[in-house]
Design a protein around this ligand. Structure first.
Ligand code: SF4
Length: 104
């Protein structure tokens, strides 16, 4: 198994560089489910801006999401404007799946 390159401790790393060090084991079961019909009523869509992994994005004005790079921060659920209406159903991936952090 090839070890990832060690970062240069003298150089600050960007968020993207840090995320690229993480390892992911996908979960076939959806651990985040978004009721995108509810999202149509969400004016500010803060989930688009809070997620460093860019799980959420707009496609032709509609909210779409992809949990493949999710780092299980949970920030999307915290900022969701319509969590009480069931806009996001958030769980951790099943055991042994999901993100494995490296260097931090
Ligand atoms: S914040 Fe919640 S309701 Fe608003 S777009 Fe994101 S997931 Fe949908």
């Amino acid at each position: 198994m090839t070890e990832p390159l060690k970062p240069d401790a003298d150089q600050p790393m960007s968020v993207d560089e840090r995320l690229a060090l993480d390892k992911f084991e996908p979960d076939e079961e959806p651990f985040i489910v978004v009721a995108t019909d509810v999202c149509r009523t969400c004016v500010t869509k803060p989930c688009l801006y809070v997620c460093p992994s860019q799980v959420y994005r707009l496609d032709k004005g509609e909210l779409v999401y992809n949990t493949d790079g999710c780092i299980e921060l949970g920030a999307c659920g915290i900022v969701c404007r319509h969590l009480g209406k069931g806009a996001i159903r958030w769980n951790y991936p099943r055991g042994g799946r999901g993100v494995e952090y490296r260097f931090g």
